[in-house]
Write a protein that binds this ligand. Structure first.
Ligand code: ZN
Length: 278
């Protein structure tokens, strides 16, 4: 199991930047980083993609995924054009630095659409996007979000979509916070293929009523109420052996010095992997 860092974790720490994240992730021993679109745009104000490629070529840390192509499904024509433009940019970044995956999240706030309709439309959209990125050897990982307003908010629905898409370059992201928040079931996760789990986001959650939490209620793994032993046991059983990526959005973690945040992120991710995957 490799260790990954998602840039959301230290996003609002003082002096945070893509370059600072790279430096601290390398120093602490992370294997991979998930790059955020906003962080890349900030970086490109003063640097180039060629510089970024050179940095990765000369360090252990490698780019794992672009995070995030937001709201890929159930869009109007203008929204679909916006997605196309974002995908153009993501392809350019991926080609330049050798990144091979984009993570996409579903649209929120859709009313009066049955799950079957949502599923069918998502399948069509993901097939379209999969065709667009396939010539660049880019994979797409669908991340369901565990909030009531998200159009795809449980593992089972997301995995049904991924199965129906039936493309080698389309898989699923499991984020432990999202899995917990909308009561996704271990019995559904058990039926999944480990190789279809393209990304794994690690975190914990406060003991608040299910479905009520925003991302700000995420905690370092082990400090909350997520059933990590249960989820990890199933991940081992289905043969997941990818990248375990820490992803937090907690305001009080943003008050930590940037270097301390990433040091802590490494320690808790290392401890989780050593506890459940050794
Ligand atoms: Zn996530």
């Amino acid at each position: 199991m490799k260790l990954g860092f998602n840039e959301a974790t230290a996003l609002h720490c003082a002096n945070s930047s893509l370059m600072a994240d790279l430096t601290e992730c390398e120093k602490n021993g992370f294997d991979y980083i998930e790059l955020r679109g906003d962080c890349i745009h900030d970086y490109l104000k003063e640097h180039s993609l060629e510089e970024l490629k050179q940095w990765f070529d000369s360090h252990h840390l490698k780019p794992w995924a672009f995070n995030t192509l937001e709201y890929f499904n159930l869009r109007d024509r203008a929204g679909e054009r916006d997605i196309d433009a974002q995908v153009d940019f993501i392809i350019k970044v991926c080609d330049a630095i050798g990144m091979k995956m984009l993570i996409t999240v579903p649209t929120f706030g859709i009313k009066n659409k049955h799950v079957a309709e949502i599923r069918e439309e998502a399948v069509q959209r993901l097939r379209y996007l999969a065709d667009r990125v396939a010539p660049h050897n880019i994979r797409i990982s669908l991340e369901f979000c565990g909030q009531p307003a998200c159009s795809i908010n449980q593992f089972r629905t997301a995995y049904d979509v991924v199965k129906a898409v039936d493309r080698d370059n389309v898989g699923i992201t499991v984020d432990t916070f999202h899995f917990h928040e909308m009561c996704s079931k271990l019995s559904d996760l058990k039926k999944a293929k480990g190789k279809k789990l393209f990304a794994f986001h690690l975190n914990d959650c406060e003991d608040l009523p299910l479905g009520s939490c925003g991302d700000d209620k995420r905690l370092w793994p082990g400090l909350g109420v997520i059933d990590h032993a249960g989820i990890a046991a199933v991940l081992r059983k289905i043969g997941f052996d990818g990248v375990c990526t820490i992803e937090e959005f907690r305001p009080e973690y943003y008050t930590m010095p940037h270097a301390e945040n990433i040091k802590m992120a490494y320690q808790v991710t290392r401890a989780y992997v050593d506890k459940y995957f050794k």
